[in-house]
Design a binder for this molecule. Structure first.
Ligand SMILES: *Cc1c(COP(=O)(O)O)cnc(C)c1O
Length: 477
């Protein structure tokens, strides 16, 4: 039986021109950026796969929503639309809007964590962990071991290891654990989902011990699609209903609406407990804005309310994850080492397997991201030792098991031809990995160092040597 092709459930109404660059221009640009793709100018980038955060193309309905922004300081009509959308699709009672996800993480950490507390999570996320630490907590990873193995084909690599969670409760006591931070479609594991069975079981375990569970719902819609596709008993349920069921087991969530919700800025904290929500409202006015706008314009809240409704449509989420799978499976077919199975928001290259000659302390993923940019103007990012930072106690580099380059797909932005250009560039680098050399730090900031660090190639000023006489670069060289 042959399966028919499917395509995007939208057509393009407006285009944004991209500047084409030469190999030499890109070499100069990456050197000026300290070999850190975060420091490149977007104008110098051809296909921008740095992140899926705030990079979505909004629909005509969302753009129309911007025009009905109610910019009243207090009680904006758009806040109530957003509150309705969060209640309808996520099911939580209290909505505290924030300017983006980390604003919600900050509030949650400050109201729940006491000095010396331990906050378990299914793998860390950069801003989440930092806010927990700044509030006096320590993060503890309770994800299943398979999540740290890029070759494991486990269908739910985001799952919490219930034994690890039980042992943590025994070790530190439930009273030292303010909540479990439960991330859906775990970003740092490669966009890997949790199963409903696991979510149910881990929530039951926590609640038995009086421990709250707060969802990092940033990619909960993508997770819902995977449950529909992979978990017994969910094939006939809608993505909308699965999302509601996930949330129903938990006590609230932090949300970066810049991901699933198809907007360029925004986030929220949602809490079922009224007293906790009141505490959060008392803090949001200090750090974000009034409790009915939380750092967003009225028009942003309207676009988000509409975006949430679009995000749970099966055709949308199926096409979104389908594009990621297209990119991933073409790379697998070419033998490129990637995290398996392909996740929901991006494809993660295993940089240690890609560049076996570059030692961990020369940051192979950082080097590979820089080389990919030089080769074709595709911007990706490091998710490995540079992102993991240093141990807050010993000051030593943390070398996580995974040393990855993340190719993250903006929602509704790029076409299949853009995917093909990206694939050709990666495959050509993979055929001659020895052309890529490692990096060393030139400048290292104290917090979230991956954003602003600068590097130098260990071997001269080139991270990517063009092979003699060979025309390199997917674009004109
Ligand atoms: C992006 C992200 C955040 C932080 O959200 P921002 O909107 O970037 O502040 C938190 N958790 C996860 C899983 C994310 O992907």
């Amino acid at each position: 039986m042959t399966t028919r092709s499917w395509a995007e459930p939208y057509k393009i109404k407006m285009v944004e021109h991209l500047r084409m660059t030469t190999f030499a221009e890109r070499e100069r640009a990456i050197a000026e950026a300290g070999y850190n793709t975060f420091l490149l100018r977007s104008e110098d980038v051809y296909i921008d796969l740095l992140t899926d955060s705030g990079t979505a193309a909004m629909s005509d309905r969302q753009w129309a929503g911007l025009m009905v922004g109610d910019e009243a300081y207090a009680g904006s009509r758009n806040f109530y639309h957003l509150e309705d959308a969060v209640r309808r699709y996520y099911g939580y009672k209290n909505l505290i809007p924030t300017h983006q996800g980390r604003g919600a993480e900050h509030l949650l950490s400050q109201i729940c964590i006491k000095d010396g507390d331990v906050v378990p999570g299914n793998m860390y996320f950069t801003t989440t962990k930092l806010h927990q630490e700044l509030a006096g907590g320590r993060f503890r990873d309770v994800i299943i071991d398979e999540a740290h193995d890029p070759a494991s084909e486990h269908p739910f690599k985001g799952n919490v290891d219930l034994d690890k969670m039980r042992r943590l409760i025994e070790e530190v006591g439930a009273e030292r654990i303010p909540y479990l931070s439960l991330e859906t479609n775990v970003n740092m594991a490669g966009g890997q989902p949790c199963s409903m069975e696991n979510i149910k079981a881990v929530c039951a375990l926590c609640h038995e011990h009086g421990i709250n569970v707060f969802l990092d719902a940033t990619r909960a819609v993508e997770n819902s699609l995977f449950i529909k596709e992979r978990e017994d008993g969910y094939a006939d349920k809608t993505v909308e209903n699965i999302l509601l069921e996930i949330c129903s087991h938990t006590d609230g969530c932090t949300m970066s609406a810049k991901k699933d919700s198809l907007v360029n800025i925004g986030g929220f904290l949602a809490l079922n407990d009224d007293a906790l929500a009141e505490k959060a409202r008392n803090l949001v006015v200090i750090y974000e804005g009034l409790q009915t706008y939380g750092g967003m314009a009225g028009r942003d809240m309207e676009a988000m309310a509409i975006g949430i409704g679009e995000s749970v449509q099966f055709e949308h989420i199926h096409a979104r994850v389908g594009q990621v799978e297209y990119l991933g499976h073409k790379l697998i077919d070419a033998g490129v080492p990637v995290v398996r199975p392909i996740g929901g928001h991006g494809v993660f290259l295993d940089a240690q397997a890609f560049l076996p000659h570059v030692p961990r302390d020369q940051y192979p993923a950082q080097a590979l991201a820089a080389a990919l940019y030089v080769d074709s103007g595709v911007r990706s990012m490091e998710r490995g030792a540079v992102s993991a930072g240093r141990d807050p106690v010993t000051g030593e580099n943390i070398f996580p098991k995974l040393e990855l380059v993340r190719l993250t797909l903006p929602r509704r932005v790029y076409t299949q031809a853009h995917m093909d250009v990206t694939i050709e560039s990666i495959v050509s680098l993979f055929e001659h990995p020895e052309r890529i050399c490692g990096l060393r730090f030139d400048y290292e900031p104290e917090h979230l160092r991956f954003f602003q660090s600068r590097f130098k190639p260990v071997d001269g000023d080139l991270v990517l040597r063009a092979a003699k006489g060979e025309k390199v670069g997917a674009l004109h060289s």
